[in-house]
Design a binder for this molecule. Structure first.
Ligand SMILES: *Cc1c(COP(=O)(O)O)cnc(C)c1O
Length: 363
C-alpha cells in the first residue's frame, strides 16, 4: 500500500471470491460489457434493492446522468438537490443544461430537508434528487409527498448507502429511479462502477437503450436516438458478484465498528443523528466538533487518515449563480465535520486507538 497512514480512512474488502471470479472472467475471455457476471449481478442487485430492474453502468455519476436523460430533463429545467452532497449529484443536472436548485439539509438526518423544498419550487422545477448522505436514508415519504403534490419525479442518489433501509424499505426502491456508485471507497465496490434501480419496465428499457449508444434492441446498428456508452464490464461485475456474496458480513462488521465509535465518542463530539425510522449503513464515520482542526491534526500525527466533509455546493464556482435556500445547517456542519476511518476490515483495536486520539484532542 502507498498510503503513509497506518489506518486508512477507507479500504475495499476483497476477501471473498473477488480474485476467483475476476480470474474466471479473464479465462472465459468475457472481459467486455457482456457476460454472465453482468447478468447475474443485475439480477441479484435488483433483488437486494427490492426493485424490478437493475442496470449496471460505468460509475455513479453516469448512473445519475442516465436517469436524467431517461426522465427527459431539458435545458432550463430546475432540479432540487441537497446543498450538502458529493459534487456528482449537481454535475449530472448541469450535464443536461438544467440547473440545480440547492436546499439545506435537515439537522435530524443531514439529508435533504423536506420542509424547505416547497419555497424553492418554481414553474421550471421538474424533479428532486434525494441523497442518502453518509449512509443515512433521506425522509422519502415526506419528499415523495411533495413530489406527488407538485407533479415532480424523484431520484434517490444512494451512492453512499447500499442496503440502508427506510421504514423497512430498501433505498433505491422508493422513487422512480435509484442510483448507486461502486467507486473504491464505497460500501460495495468494483473500483469504478455504478448501477440504476427502477421498477418501471418502460423506463428501464429506455435506460438500457441510452446506455448502449441508443441502439434499437431489435435492429443492430440502427440508432433511433442519440445514446451514450455508459456500460460496465463483465470483469467489474465479477468483483460485484463476489462483493454481494459477503455483503451481509461486511455490513455487520461496519455496524459493529460504528457502534463502538458511538459508544466511546458520544460524550466528546457530535455525530450524525439516526432517525427512529432509519436503518443507516455506516459508509464513513462522521463526527462534528468545534475542535475539528486539533482532532484532525492529532489523528494525522498518529497515522490515522481522515476525510473532510463535502463543501456545500452553492459555494462552488460553477454553482454560485444557482438559486439556493439559506444553509444554516450545511454551512457550519461542513466546517465542524470530519470523517473517521470506516471499512469492514477495520479492527476493534484500531477503532479504540482512533477514539483515544480523538478524546485526547477533544476534551
Ligand atoms: C460517489 C458518489 C457519486 C458518484 O459516484 P462515482 O462512482 O464516483 O461516479 C454520486 N453521488 C454521491 C452522493 C456520491 O457519494
Amino acid at each position: 500500500m502507498t498510503t503513509p497512514f497506518n489506518i486508512p480512512v477507507a479500504c475495499p474488502d476483497l476477501s471473498g471470491n473477488e480474485e476467483k471470479y475476476v480470474t474466471e472472467a479473464v479465462r472465459s475471455s468475457w472481459i467486455s460489457s457482456q457476460g454472465p457476471f453482468l447478468e447475474r449481478f443485475e439480477a441479484e442487485f435488483a433483488q437486494a434493492c427490492e426493485s424490478k430492474h437493475a442496470i449496471a453502468v460505468a460509475n455513479g455519476t453516469v448512473a445519475l446522468h442516465l436517469a436524467l436523460l431517461a426522465l427527459d430533463v431539458r435545458p432550463g429545467d430546475e432540479v432540487i438537490v441537497p446543498a450538502l452532497t458529493y459534487v456528482a449529484t449537481a454535475n449530472a443536472v448541469a450535464y443536461m443544461g438544467a440547473e440545480p436548485v440547492f436546499v439545506d439539509i435537515d439537522p435530524a438526518t443531514w439529508c435533504l430537508d423536506p420542509r424547505l423544498i416547497e419555497p424553492m419550487l418554481s414553474p421550471r422545477t421538474k424533479g428532486i434528487i434525494a441523497v442518502h448522505l453518509y449512509g443515512h436514508p433521506a425522509d422519502m415519504d415526506a419528499i415523495n409527498e411533495i413530489a406527488t403534490i407538485h407533479g415532480l419525479w424523484v431520484i434517490e442518489d444512494a451512492a453512499e448507502a447500499h442496503f440502508a433501509r427506510y421504514k423497512g424499505r430498501s433505498v433505491g426502491s422508493m422513487a422512480r429511479i435509484g442510483t448507486f456508485s461502486f467507486y473504491g471507497n464505497k460500501i460495495v465496490t468494483s473500483g469504478e462502477g455504478g448501477a440504476i434501480t427502477c421498477s418501471d419496465a418502460a423506463l428501464a428499457t429506455r435506460m438500457r437503450i441510452l446506455r448502449g449508444q441508443g441502439q434499437d434492441p431489435r435492429r443492430r446498428y440502427w440508432f433511433p436516438i442519440i445514446g451514450h456508452n455508459f456500460r460496465l464490464t463483465n470483469v467489474a461485475a465479477a468483483l460485484l458478484c463476489a462483493q454481494l456474496e459477503h455483503a451481509d458480513s461486511m455490513m455487520a462488521s461496519r455496524r459493529r465498528r460504528a457502534a463502538q465509535y458511538a459508544a466511546r465518542l458520544h460524550d466528546f463530539v457530535d455525530m450524525q443523528p439516526v432517525a427512529e425510522w432509519a436503518s443507516a449503513v455506516p459508509w464513513t464515520f462522521c463526527i462534528a466538533s468545534d475542535r475539528v482542526a486539533a482532532i484532525k491534526k492529532a489523528l494525522t500525527t498518529n497515522g490515522v487518515e481522515t476525510r473532510p466533509f463535502f463543501v456545500p455546493l452553492p459555494a462552488m464556482p460553477p454553482y454560485r449563480l444557482c438559486r439556493t435556500s439559506t444553509c444554516p445547517v450545511a454551512g457550519p456542519l461542513e466546517r465542524r465535520g470530519l470523517c473517521l476511518p470506516m471499512f469492514s476490515g477495520l479492527t476493534e483495536a484500531q477503532v479504540d486507538s482512533v477514539c483515544d486520539v480523538v478524546i485526547q484532542a477533544a476534551p
